[in-house]
Every structure is written in C-alpha cells, then in structure tokens.
Design a protein around this ligand. Structure first.
Ligand code: BGC
Length: 769
C-alpha cells in the first residue's frame, strides 16, 4: 500500500560510506593531498585517542563535568582548583571575560594535559546587542536574517571568551500557557526546522571552528514544549508518531546543519526522564537521527533524576545519566562525585566513560580550541560596540513585528500629530523591551523614547496607567527567600487609570502599550490564563472609551487574550520583546518608515480555554468546515482569533496562477509548484508566501494542513513576482504509526498557496506507486 522510504539510519550509513570513499580518493590523489582541511575525521579521532590514552580516571571524570563559577557547597572545591587538576571540562554561567581568560590560562598552562575548557552561556538572542526574542525572530519568517543575527551574537560572545551557547531552543510549543514558548520558533515543525537550521549556521558557521563563531547546543531534547497543561517542567506524554512528525523535526534540522551538542530536557518523557532516557538519547538521537556530537544535561538534570523518583540516589542518577548517553553533567557535580565509584565497582564499564570523554574532546578539537582557546580581549570593546550590530538589531525588530489589525488604515500614523499620549506600565522601560536572557548589559530604547525621537516637536505625555507583576516569585528567587515584586496597590492603579484617561482626552492619538513583563515568560513562567495581567484590561477599556484613536502595541512573549481589543481597537501591532532598538523599530512602523511584514509563528487563540491551539491538527469525524460542526465547543467558537501564518501589511497582496508542473508523481519523485503574488497597494511591502499540503487518505489520518514551503518576498507597489517551491520526498514523507517508518504514500494531495494557513488558492496532485 505504501512505499517505505529508506530508514534514516540506512540512508546515513550510505552517506557515510560515500564520504569515506571520497575521503580516500582525495587522500590518495597527489593533486589534492596538500589541500587537506586541518581536522579530518581521522585526524580528530587520532588526536582524541592519543589524549584519552594519557588520561587518568580523575581527568576523564573532569572532562564530563561542567561546573558553575562558584563552589556549590561549603566543602566543594573552588572552580580554579578543580580546573588546575583537570577536574572540569567546562564552565557555565560566567561572562566575566577576565575570569574566563584566567580560568582558560590555568587549563592551558597549569593542568597536566592542557585541555582547553568550554565556556557555556545562554546566548539566546544576542550578547550585548540584543535581537528580538526567538519567537519574534521566527515571526520574521526570514532564516537569512536569523542566521546573520546569530552570527553577530556568536562573534560578540567569542571575543568575550564564551565558546559555547545553549541554543538554539527548538521546542515546538502548541500551548501559549507554557512560558518557554517565547524561546522557540512557535508551533510548526517546518518553520521550526528552517529557523533551527539558520540558528545553527549562524552560531557555528558552515563548520565547527569557523573563526568568530561558537558551538551551539540544540535544546531541550526532546518534547519539552508538550508539558502537561502548559505547566513548566511537567510530564510529557507524546506518542511516537507525533514525536517524530512534529517535535523532532527541528532537532533533525539542527543536527543536519552540524550542531555540535544537544541539551537533554528536564521532564519525564512518557514516564522516563529525558536526561536518563536511553531510548531517546541512543536509539533516537544517535542511531536514527545521526547525531555525532555530545549531549549536555540541562542544569542539574542529572541530579534531578533522583528528584523525579527515577534514580535511587546520586550514584544511581550518575549511572542512569551516563549510561543513557548524557556525556556531560551540567552544574550538579553528580558525575564528579559518583562516577569513580561506578567505574571501580564495575557497574559502569570504562568504555562508557571513554565514549563520553571522546565525544567531548572531539568537539574541542573540531572547534580548534586547542589552538585558539581564548577570547579576544583587544577586540572586545570594538566588536560589542559595532554600530553595524546595533543597526542589525533594529532591522531584525522591524522584520519581526506582526500587524494584527489595521481597520480603515488606522496605521501608519501621521508624523504631524501634535499631541500624543503614550500609556502603559512598561511603555517607558528600556529594559523590559529587551526581553529576558540578555547577556552583557547594553542600552535599550523604550517605546516612549523611540516615539519621542521620531516626533521631536510633538507634545508627548506618558502615563503608566497601572501595573502588572508576576505573582509567584521565580523558583530560584523563592528558594533564596526573595519575594515577587509587589503589585501596585489597587487604589493607586485606579488613580493611574484616571490619569491615563485624562492624558488620552488631551491628545490627538493614543499609543497604548500593553502586554507582559519580560519575567512573565521564559523558564518557570507558565501562566494559568492568557488575559492581560494586572489592571491592563481595565486600562484598555477605559482608554478606548474616551473615543480617541487608539493604537495598541503589544510587548509580550506569547499570544494573549486580546479578544476585546480585537473588536474595539482599530490598530494592533504585535512587537513581542523587540530587543535593544525595539522602541525605535516600533516607531519606524507606527509612523510608516517601515512597512510591517512579519507573520504569526503560532495560532492566536480567542481565550485561554482554546489551548492547546494549533493549525495542523487532524481533520476528525466532524470537520469544522462541514455544516453543523462549526465548533468543537458548545459555548465558544473553535476558530482562533488569528490563524498561524497571519499578519497584515500597509499594502495588500493578491495571489493567482497556482501551477503544478505535474499532476502525478511517483513516490520517489518531486513536483514543482509556482504561484504569482502581486502587491495591489500604493506602497512597497513584504509578503510571506506560504505553501500548505494535505494528504487525503493513507495509513494514518493526516493534518488538515501542513506548511511545506515559504518565502518572504519584497514587492514594490504594483509589482508581481512568481514564487517557486518544490514538493518531494522530504515534504511528503511522514512517520507512519502503522509501518513504524518514514513513508511517502501513493495518495491524493491538496495544495494551497497564500498569505496564511487559511490560504484558499487551491490545487491538487496525486502520488503514484
Ligand atoms: C534551562 C536551559 C538553560 C540552562 C543553563 C536551564 O534552567 O532550562 O534552557 O540553557 O538552564 O542556563
């Protein structure tokens, strides 16, 4: 009935054989022999083996240990002392360049084997120059821009001495309650894969060891985004077909792009913690997906194997982590304190330890760390203050924003406005605008400041209008006895709303900036409700009631319940956390210097209860497009407020002429799809042309639609372009729960092209045996 396409392992081993043959052809050819790259596989292996042979048990355990910058207990050794005796392979959580340099000097000059350290840090969306948060970067649908941004971040990190980033985070997130949705590329495996690939290439360059780049760590392997109920860290239950078809695809893209390391996730995956899950880390990651680097645990995840109720004690946790395939223990020192006992008792064969050490050393060799272990202190000042980096953050922010509503062309605003009110609890913040996970302190531009510099002679009044805060402290704050920031007292908030109303009445236009504080999304920042936090909904309704023209700008890390606003506010701009130059980029769009072209990488719900909400669900026996079944709820529509892929522009686009070069292809074939897109308005603009497919029947029910191609194009007013896509095995295959393999099935397919996941321009084709 279907043709099983080559198992990944098989195709990889063929590829490996081909490479092997090529390697010898090149080696034996006198013409090419001199032009060998510095580190062939064989050279890396030889160097690693030579080192391994000299290593004591203590030094091997050191290599698989990543320590923090401070001792983790009263009797724990100092980091510098550990490094001196070869007791650490890596250090995390320090960005003090002088200390990094000193530690690396100790490793390179004072330790017996002079093995360089990896310095790991979360360089997620910029280093000093902060780019928009990852969910925003994905909203640009511009992998080229994402790659360039991460290359700049890598460069800033590398001169500072950081040679390893804990990114990209590629967890698919279908539930906006989950706080970490902000760190990824949203809900879609195809877009997620494209953004993952771009980030790896940006961080690492075309190969490990590219000057000015660093090694990446794709995370969190795997399935973390499916946390039960959107509650961070909670258990995840994912059937294998969903796991492979959706959750693993961006990881595969990162691996194919050459990512050096993988970070194992915190949570239980189908009842087995991901960081002690041999099936996941060996069978899936290494055998099926072809990963060849090393696995780092998430912070303390090895020690947590006991907390989960999986390992009996720390020694058992070390056993389970190491034998499952976690090569390096992040922060908990569980390997440091227990692996010697496990080797001596024979519970862990030394070959298992050696394998982990080999993988780590190989990455260090490939990175060129033995030759170039240090940052570049002399260049640091210049690189971190490079105006080109700063300018790139502004462009990225402009390209990441999504125009959600623009009734009667309420936007762009005229620059001749005389009196403007800027209202909102974080509208004047140059910090919140950058989002979380910023690394070295650098200046930010608030929305207020951005607007002020755009309209230097207008009268601009700012009012906070109230407050919002997280109500539960961060776990690490709570553990240290620190409380969550207090919310402004109710009476004061009421006064703020009055002030806001007064300011609105005295202005020609209001820019209302609502959303969430940066610490309301990210790790340990799930929310039970997506409503605007604090008194913002009241503020919104009171300001709109003044009858003044209102533009709503959102600063947030997830879709929020803005259903009332979507009916009453004519213009809504989703700015996410747009980074260092965020305020300027917002002003560029509000006043028409830039035409927005971002699109949603997530489905935008009407209410929290619609979550999890995602466009690529199965059709079911009661499809919503058939009469009588318009909603799956008895009390609410099923349709989201805005569909995946949606976003407006100051111009409009028309699609026509969807063409397929063949109506029928074999399972091994590919067809070519093209579509015309035309800018129908009076201004230039960008459109993200999207291609979706649906398989009508097969060995399993397939999603109503799946994104299988996209391209962001710029069109002058009146310009028309033809956009081309290809649909072949890669796009048509899926992992079938019946055959338990990747298949391309001889079936009929729908295809749509357009500007979002509701695209209507349709065609069809057939795949034959
Ligand atoms: C997070 C990771 C992060 C690590 C190191 C953990 O708590 O889950 O995403 O990379 O800390 O900072």
């Amino acid at each position: 009935m279907y043709k099983v396409i080559q198992d990944l392992t098989e195709s990889r081993s063929l590829a490996c054989t081909a490479l092997f043959v090529l390697f010898f052809v090149i080696l034996l050819n006198p013409a090419t022999a001199v032009a060998q790259p510095a580190s062939t596989d064989a050279q890396v292996t030889a160097r690693v083996d030579a080192l391994l042979q000299q290593m004591t048990l203590e030094e091997k355990i050191g290599q698989i240990t990543q320590i923090g910058p401070d001792p983790i207990g009263p009797n724990a050794p100092k980091p510098e002392d550990l490094i001196r005796k070869g007791g650490a392979g890596s250090v995390l959580w320090t960005i003090d360049s002088a200390r990094i340099q000193k530690m690396q000097e100790i490793a390179m000059k004072e330790s017996r084997l002079k093995i360089p350290l990896l310095f790991g840090y979360d360089v997620i969306h910029g280093y000093k120059n902060v780019f928009p948060v990852p969910l925003a970067m994905a909203s640009s649908w511009d992998p080229g821009m994402v790659e360039r941004a991460q290359a700049m971040a890598a460069y800033e990190a590398s001169v500072s001495g950081i040679n390893w980033t804990f990114g990209p985070m590629v967890d698919i997130a279908r539930d906006a309650r989950w706080g970490r949705i902000v760190e990824g590329a949203g809900e879609d495996p195809y877009l997620g894969a494209a953004i993952a690939r771009a980030q790896v290439l940006g961080f690492q360059g075309p190969r490990l060891g590219t000057p000015g780049r660093i090694v990446g760590s794709v995370k969190h392997f795997a399935g973390y985004g499916a946390a039960d109920g959107g509650r961070d860290y909670d258990s995840v239950y994912i059937p294998e077909e969903l796991f492979r078809n959706v959750y693993l695809r961006p990881f595969q893209a990162a691996i194919d792009a050459g990512v050096g390391t993988v970070m194992s996730a915190y949570m239980d995956l189908n009842d087995v913690p991901a960081s002690g899950n041999q099936w996941l880390l060996q069978d899936v990651l290494r055998r099926d997906m072809g990963f060849r680097g090393f696995v780092i645990s998430d912070a303390w995840a090895v020690a947590s194997l006991k907390v989960h109720g999986y390992a009996r004690d720390p020694e058992d946790a070390a056993y389970r982590g190491l034998t499952a395939g976690v090569s390096m223990d992040m922060g908990s020192e569980t390997y440091l304190n227990n692996v010697a006992k496990l080797i001596e008792s024979g519970r862990v064969p030394v070959s298992v330890l050696d394998q982990a050490v080999r993988e780590i050393l190989a990455i260090k060799v490939r990175l060129g760390l033995f030759e170039h272990p240090y940052g570049d202190p002399a260049a640091k000042e210049k690189v971190l203050n490079d105006p080109a980096h700063r300018a790139a953050t502004r462009t990225a922010a402009q390209r990441s924003m999504v125009l959600l509503r623009n009734e009667n062309n309420a936007l762009p605003l005229r620059k001749t406005i005389a009196r403007l009110a800027v209202i909102g609890p974080i509208a004047d913040s140059a910090e919140e605008i950058k989002g979380s996970w910023t690394v070295e302190e650098g200046p930010g531009v608030s929305v207020l400041e951005g607007i002020r510099s755009k309209l230097p002679s207008a009268k601009i009044e700012f009012v906070r209008g109230g407050d919002m805060q997280r109500l539960v402290p961060m776990p690490w704050d709570g553990a240290a006895g620190r409380k969550a920031a207090p919310l402004m007292p109710e009476a004061e908030m009421a006064k703020e709303v009055e002030k806001a109303v007064k300011a609105a009445k005295g202005s020609d236009t209001v820019v209302l900036v609502l959303g969430e504080r940066a610490n309301m999304s990210g790790e340990a920042a799930s929310r039970v409700s997506l409503v605007l936090p604090g008194n913002q909904e009241r503020l919104l309704e009171a300001v709109v009631a003044t009858g003044k023209p209102v533009v709503l700008v959102l600063l947030n890390g997830r879709p929020l319940d803005i259903t009332w606003a979507a009916e009453h506010v004519p213009a809504i701009l989703e700015a996410w956390y747009p980074g260092s130059e965020g305020g300027n980029a917002i002003a560029d769009i509000l006043f028409g210097d830039v035409n927005p072209g971002g699109k949603l990488p997530v489905t935008w719900p009407r209410a929290t209860g619609q979550e999890p909400a995602y466009y690529n669900h199965n059709r079911t026996q009661a499809p919503e497009d058939e009469p009588g079944f318009t909603s799956r709820f008895g009390d609410f529509p099923t349709a989201p407020l805005y569909p995946f892929g949606y976003g407006l522009s100051y111009t409009t686009f028309a699609y026509s002429n969807l063409r397929l070069d063949q109506k029928s292809i074999p399972t091994s074939g590919a067809l070519h799809v093209s579509v015309d897109v035309e800018n129908k308005g009076a201004v230039a603009g960008d459109e993200v042309v999207q291609l979706y497919i649906h398989q009508r029947a097969g060995s399993a029910s397939r999603p109503v639609r799946e994104l299988k191609g996209f391209e962001r194009v710029s069109l002058a007013a009146g310009e028309k372009k033809t956009v081309h896509f290809s649909l072949g095995q890669e796009e048509l295959k899926f992992w079938s729960p019946q055959s338990r393999a990747w298949v391309v099935e001889p079936e009929e397919f729908d295809v749509w092209a357009g500007g979002d996941s509701k695209a209507i321009l349709h065609s069809e084709f057939r795949v034959t045996q």
